[in-house]
Design a protein around this ligand. Structure first.
Ligand SMILES: *[C@@H]1O[C@H](CO)[C@@H](O)[C@H](O)[C@H]1NC(C)=O
Ligand SMILES: *[C@@H]1O[C@H](CO)[C@@H](O)[C@H](O)[C@H]1NC(C)=O
Ligand SMILES: *[C@@H]1O[C@H](CO)[C@@H](O)[C@H](O)[C@H]1NC(C)=O
Ligand SMILES: *[C@@H]1O[C@H](CO)[C@@H](O)[C@H](O)[C@H]1NC(C)=O
Length: 383
């Protein structure tokens, strides 16, 4: 573990010093917030080990074996669905707190109070039984948002004497409620639903996220970030599946307009409920995590950030060549599927998840966007 962290710091400082001219590292700024822990709910964007330790189905996930994790210290496949670190890792590092252990790590010394990661790859915002009613199934996990909140509840129940004690223990904690909901739309769209049908799920998905924020506030959270959806119409998995000969289906970045419209609609409704949550919880800081624009900004700035834009819509780890290098029958992790020679120049890792380089760039953008609003100087307790 020590050597893992040491090489991580080394890696980060190399990236920072190479990059400082173009893209100053924000670690110091977030560090001034004096956060002491990060708690995460979510899906494969943030899972650092839960899915692959959850069940036999989870253990068989491609994220459990190489080339996943090939650029993680020691080349370990930890269950992170990327070639290396995720945004939660970079965010924790910038905040100056250790990486939160994944919840299902039985040996974790959770009482240290450095936060816990409850995210499960493939998790949906809506519970499986609700999705079942719409004939949408989740083949990888039943640990939806409400299950993760139950885990969180029992965790806090174990470390706090009562609500006041939890408020005190969590006064310097940051809660990340998402990204979540992407898997709901993914399963719907890949199980034959139209974009319009997927859109009809949005109000329920957003309501589930609102309930989740209300629950974490009930546990004692005073700083909550609620990330929105990525522009999924720019992701190879969707570009390959919904490829069409109609030029009007694409925007000027060659992304699918309809799918980006779905993501944008989710984000509009999400921002609306965040507004309501703020009204209802005036002593809590609740921020929108603008993953859509973090991605869009990286995409626009691509060449200056060192990305090879010829590969911007191609999976780095994948097969099939062509515009997207994505073949659903020969995905990353399957025998013989190759990894691109320079993952640091690629945005998409496996067609669905992004590379650690992309996550690093987007985390910096997010910290710049969020830090001024986190109100780090204010004492939130006792006012
Ligand atoms: C599980 O928790 C232990 C104790 O905190 C830690 O040393 C170990 O690295 C964790 N395992 C993983 C895979 O993160
Ligand atoms: C989800 O739960 C159902 C019912 O308990 C079970 O049959 C199914 O195998 C579970 N799915 C996964 C991926 O664990
Ligand atoms: C449910 O979805 C499957 C495909 O995933 C389809 O074959 C079946 O007809 C659907 N059933 C209903 C009731 O819509
Ligand atoms: C907030 O803290 C920073 C340093 O941590 C300081 O430079 C700044 O002046 C403070 N702002 C206010 C309003 O106190």
């Amino acid at each position: 573990m020590a050597s893992t962290r040491a090489s991580f710091y080394a890696l980060l400082s190399v990236i920072c010093s190479v990059f400082i001219l173009l893209h100053p590292c924000e670690a110091q700024e977030l560090g001034s917030c004096k956060l002491d822990s990060v708690y995460q709910l979510g899906d494969s964007t943030s899972d650092t080990g839960n899915l692959i330790h959850e069940s036999l189905i989870g253990a068989a996930s491609p994220c459990s074996h190489p080339p996943y994790g090939q650029d993680f210290p020691g080349g370990q496949a930890t269950g992170r669905c990327s070639n290396g670190f995720l945004m939660i890792d970079y965010l924790s590092r910038a905040a100056g707190v250790p990486f939160p252990d994944y919840y299902l790590n039985q040996s974790a010394a959770f009482t240290r109070g450095h936060g816990v990661n409850f995210a499960v790859a493939g998790a949906t915002a809506l519970p499986s039984d609700v999705l079942d009613q719409m004939n949408i199934s989740n083949p990888s996990t039943n640990s939806s948002l409400s299950t993760q909140l139950d885990w969180m509840f029992s965790y806090f129940n174990g470390i706090c004497f009562d609500k006041a004690d939890c408020l005190w223990k969590l006064k310097d904690a940051l809660f990340m409620v998402g990204e979540i909901g992407g898997s709901d739309y993914y399963y719907a769209l890949f199980q034959g639903k139209s974009i319009e049908e997927a859109k009809s799920l949005v109000p329920q998905v957003v309501m589930a996220i609102k309930d989740a924020v209300q629950r974490v506030i009930g546990y004692g959270a005073s700083r909550v970030v609620v990330p929105g959806s990525f522009p999924i119409g720019c992701f190879p998995v969707y570009l390959a599946r919904f490829k069409t000969n109609h030029p009007s289906a694409y925007d000027e970045s060659r992304c699918l307009k309809g799918l980006n419209g779905l993501a944008a609609y989710h984000n509009i409704l999400l921002r609306r409920v965040i507004g309501e949550l703020r009204e209802e919880n005036r002593d809590v800081i609740i921020l929108y995590g603008d993953y859509y624009n973090a991605f869009a900004s990286m995409y626009r700035g691509g060449p200056n950030l060192g990305f090879d834009m010829v590969r911007a819509q191609k999976a780095c780890c994948g097969m099939g060549g062509g515009d997207y290098n994505f073949d659903p029958n020969r995905r990353c992790g399957a025998p013989g599927v190759a990894v691109c020679p320079h993952p640091t120049k690629a945005m998409s890792w496996d067609g669905i998840q992004m590379t650690q380089r992309a996550y690093f760039v987007m985390t910096n953008w997010l910290i710049r966007d969020l830090w001024p609003k986190l109100n780090c100087n204010a004492s939130l307790i006792g006012n």
